[in-house]
Design a protein around this ligand. Structure first.
Ligand SMILES: Cc1cc2nc3c(=O)[nH]c(=O)nc-3n(C[C@H](O)[C@H](O)[C@H](O)COP(=O)(O)OP(=O)(O)OC[C@H]3O[C@@H](n4cnc5c(N)ncnc54)[C@H](O)[C@@H]3O)c2cc1C
Length: 489
């Protein structure tokens, strides 16, 4: 029998009120979580903005007084395959080509799922940066790339341009809280999940709850006797570094301290970059300025202590470093980097900085070059003439160089010269993650509530990282981590 009309109205109202309460409860208890990001370099900032774009709020903690980490120092650029900037220069590239180059460079430690995530998200990541107003219109070829795909803008170094745009924008976001000088010391756990962090700030210990994204960078400055360099590559303790003092592997230490620890991979894979500047006023300093790989990309050549070339300057970093170390060990150093004016003009902002710091010298003509370096003028002349013949394909370069930029060194022209030494630069090892940026246990299962992006993760580059792929790793995996943390994957 049908209900009387009054009862029907009451039932309807009752159901409507229940539904409304349901919505309120859902809003209160199911609203996107507040995500905690540890580290304010490019990976952390990319994660934080992605969290905000997905409607959640973010707490970003960084142990330093200012944000940026090593990301602000990056000087060559960021990789992207199939970008509008490449198309504008008639450069034909594809995700497959990028995957091939990265896989070749990674060698026997190549991990197809991570390489594919890196390469297939590259163009969209650069587009995402472009939407924030960042100029990435210039494209260079760095060592190990068969196609020019390293992007930078027309202004100063790309690391600063990209990273500062992101942290300035974060300052304007209502749902973002940034705490500097806040060192995360512990991951909090409940029921097998990571549920927050403990951090030290202003002399007190604080706690924050929420899913956690680790973006603490690498361990290329972890020089202590119990640190990762001592543990995995003690012979590198005496090699100078390009990294800031913050790069002590904190995210790894926090994650292995979990009751069921995170897995670490490839921890002995540490990139020694071939070209760190030897500052004439402080030759023994443990921290060196990096001579950007772009300097060789635009045509800089490397000379031994008698003024002869000894390597294909645009080979992969591990290869160039090995040749340099042989030259130096055999007593045939020092190694110098020389650019002509055309090459220097392509990187005018970089060169201006290096010259102002006294790291690079600008000289007029080959005579002055010979005089300031003590190198023999006729040997220099022969080196430059031969280099032009190889570029013009009149002869094959004995070192296998096939990609030449600005190859003509005019004896009466301007030269830029600096002394180089290999430097510990980047750590390929780190947290084991999957292609969604979830941190993994040793058995390959994800640790609930814990995500990571940037140099803190391991395995993306295998045995050797290609130049330009670390800024990319920071943006790609930072964004993946941001998505996964909000969605609770
Ligand atoms: C001189 C130089 C030049 C480079 N040039 C290039 C380039 O041209 N292209 C390229 O692709 N790559 C380049 N790289 C590599 C690249 O810059 C880095 O690998 C990348 O920026 C790492 O980004 P990240 O966000 O993972 O870490 P970082 O930028 O190092 O940021 C990590 C942040 O975490 C914070 N942190 C660490 N531990 C804690 C803790 N316990 N609690 C709270 N905060 C913590 C740090 O203070 C820091 O701010 C260069 C590196 C250097 C050093």
């Amino acid at each position: 029998m049908p209900l009387p009309r009054r009862s029907r109205v009451v039932s309807f109202l009752f159901i409507a009120i229940l539904a409304y309460i349901g919505v309120l409860v859902k809003r209160k208890f199911m609203s996107p979580p507040r995500v905690i990001v540890v580290g304010g370099g490019l990976a952390g900032l990319s994660a934080a903005h992605t969290v905000l774009q997905n409607g959640a709020s973010v707490l970003l903690l960084d142990k330093m007084k200012s944000l940026g980490g090593n990301s602000v120092k990056a000087s060559s650029g960021i990789n992207g395959a199939g970008t509008p900037a490449q198309a504008a220069k008639s450069i034909v590239d594809s995700v497959d080509d990028f995957i091939k180059d990265t896989t070749a460079s990674a060698g026997s430690l190549a991990r197809p799922n991570l390489i594919s995530a890196l390469a297939s998200n590259s163009a969209s990541s650069l587009e995402w940066l472009g939407q924030l107003g960042i100029d990435l219109s210039q494209v260079t070829r760095l060592g190990g790339h068969t196609i020019p795909r390293t992007h930078r803008g027309n202004g100063g170094p790309p690391g600063w341009a990209i990273t500062s745009a992101l942290f300035k924008k974060l300052d304007t976001e209502e749902k973002a809280t940034v705490v500097k000088s806040a060192t995360v010391t512990k991951l909090l756990e409940a029921d097998g999940k990571v549920v927050g962090v403990e951090y030290a700030v202003d002399g007190s210990v604080q706690r924050a709850e929420g899913p956690v994204i680790l973006a603490t960078g690498g361990y290329a400055a972890d020089f202590s006797s119990s640190g990762f360099l001592s543990q995995y590559r003690p012979e590198l303790l005496s090699v100078p570094t390009t990294n800031g003092g913050h790069a002590t592997g904190d995210g790894l230490k926090l994650s292995v301290a979990l009751s069921t620890p995170a897995a670490l991979v490839d921890m002995d894979q540490i990139q020694v970059h071939p070209t760190g500047f030897v500052d004439p006023s402080d030759t023994s300093s443990q921290t060196k300025f990096l001579a950007a790989e772009a300097l060789r990309g635009v045509g800089g050549i490397l000379l031994n202590g008698t003024g002869e070339r000894f390597v294909n300057e645009v080979e992969r970093r591990d290869f160039v470093t090995a040749r340099m170390q042989e030259v130096i060990a055999a007593g045939h150093g020092p190694v110098r980097l020389v650019l002509n004016k055309d090459a220097a003009d392509e990187l005018a902002a970089h060169i201006g900085f290096y010259v102002s710091k006294g790291l690079m010298q600008r000289v007029e003509g080959i005579k002055e070059l010979a005089s300031v370096t003590g190198l023999d003028e006729s040997t220099l002349s022969k080196t430059f003439e031969a280099h032009l013949r190889y570029a013009n394909k009149e002869e094959a370069d004995p070192f296998g160089k096939v990609y030449f930029s600005n190859p003509k060194f005019d004896s009466n022209g301007q030269f830029l010269v600096a002394t180089m030494t290999p430097v510990v630069h980047y750590t390929m090892g780190g947290l084991s993650v999957d292609e969604l940026a979830r941190v993994l246990h040793a058995d390959g299962t994800p640790i609930s509530g814990l995500y990571a992006g940037g140099e803190v993760i391991g395995g993306v580059h295998g045995q050797n990282r290609l130049g330009g792929s670390s800024l990319l790793e920071a943006v790609v995996f930072g964004r993946l981590a941001g998505h996964a943390a909000v969605e609770g994957k």
